[in-house]
Design a protein around this ligand. Structure first.
Ligand SMILES: [Zn+2]
Length: 380
């Protein structure tokens, strides 16, 4: 039986030779997916691009304190999280429900949640004829995105700490030809976001308001003293490949899961950091910010990624680190010189943060209004 998906599906992939949009094949074939939880004991896990130890594995977790990963059949995930339709064609997997669409591909960590790229900790793997994914991706990616009010029910305050990356002698990324220094752009953006959030009765603090050096520990301690409920660190990117471009948002990986730029689970990945106390809210925050950034700027969507940056590990509250473009890419460097473009980035950051705070507000038991995944757009 063949089912046509109602809208065109595109995956935004960063490409070695520039920013291209590569369409995923559609329509998908409908396959019946059975439901039950299982532990993957097949060698397919070892063959996947990410080496995630299975519970039956005899040695990958030895000494690394990395917990074993249970695999769950994607059919069960679909049923549990309100995806009424499951479509599979080859390695392309699409789950759709009343409010959300989740698209994944076998052997790939890239997924699209309602069109926004979100990186999984491990790719879906076909095992005994059924597609499976690791429990951590179910609990720490799908669950908070499908039901953010549940993930944020213990959050409450509205204190936002904006962290302008670098400063003083630490210039951050730079493009000498276009006279761009990351430390100046991040401060400009942080000031602009603060001004926008103040219009919404949000308590906003900046880790630095001048061009001064500040170490990472001080930034986290500042957020703790401010009793921050949201921490957003603002940065620009750079790469030796001058074709690299686009915007990405980083959040802390769950314990036992690799960072996005690594294909292996390391000993460091087994550590639990203070930031892991906010795994669900981290994902919601990162997703809502990345969604607005891509929408407002039309930049390449490099996705919500996982990184163990110091400020993400040690922030006292849900935290995200945004890379708002590559100064090493000629086209994006030129854009970042444009005040109107920087205003769009600032608007997007403010909208993403406000969308997050709106979910927090709706998630409070006294307000009781259920949140159904349709976050509001703020006219900032
Ligand atoms: Zn930076």
């Amino acid at each position: 039986m063949q089912i046509a998906i109602s809208r065109a599906i595109q995956v935004h992939l960063s490409h070695a030779r520039g920013c291209r949009r590569i369409p995923l094949a559609a329509p998908f074939l409908l396959l019946a997916l059975s439901s039950c939880t299982m532990t993957d004991r097949s060698p397919a896990v070892a063959a996947s691009p990410v080496s995630v130890p299975s519970s039956s594995s005899s040695n990958p977790a030895r000494g690394s304190q990395v917990p074993p990963q249970t695999r769950v059949k994607i059919s069960e995930v679909a049923g549990r999280y309100g995806f009424s339709s499951s479509h599979v064609q080859g390695k392309q997997i699409a789950l759709s429900g009343q409010n959300n669409v989740l698209e994944m591909a076998g052997d790939s960590r890239r997924a699209l949640f309602n069109g926004v790229m979100v990186w999984l900790s491990a790719p879906p793997v076909r095992s005994w004829g059924r597609w499976t994914m690791i429990q951590s991706d179910v609990d720490k990616v799908i669950a908070p995105l499908v039901n953010p009010s549940q993930a944020l029910r213990t959050e409450g305050r509205r204190v936002v700490v904006l962290d302008a990356g670098h400063g003083g002698e630490d210039e951050g990324a730079a493009n000498a030809r276009y006279r761009i220094q990351e430390k100046h752009v991040t401060l400009t953006l942080a000031n602009a976001v603060r001004d926008l959030l103040l219009q919404h009765d949000v308590d906003v603090r900046l880790t630095r308001t001048t061009d001064r050096a500040m170490d990472l520990q001080d930034r986290c301690e500042y957020a703790a003293r401010a009793r921050a409920s949201v921490f957003v660190s603002i940065h620009l990117n750079a790469a030796t490949n001058q074709d690299s471009c686009g915007i990405e948002t980083h959040v802390l990986p769950p314990t036992g899961c690799p960072v996005t730029c690594s294909v292996k689970v390391t000993r460091d990945d087994g550590a639990t950091c203070p930031g892991n106390g906010h795994d669900g809210p981290n994902m919601v925050l990162g997703y809502l910010i990345q969604k607005q950034l891509v929408k407002e700027t039309d930049a390449e969507d490099r996705g919500v990624r996982r990184s163990r940056f110091y400020v993400l590990k040690n922030a006292p509250c849900p935290a995200a680190l945004v890379e708002c473009g590559f100064v090493s890419n000629r086209r994006e460097a030129q854009k970042l010189l444009n005040a109107e473009y920087n205003d769009r980035i600032a608007r997007a950051l403010a909208k993403g943060i406000m969308a997050y705070l709106d979910v927090v507000e709706r998630a409070q038991p006294t307000r009781s209004s259920a949140y159904h995944g349709g976050e509001h757009d703020h006219q900032t």
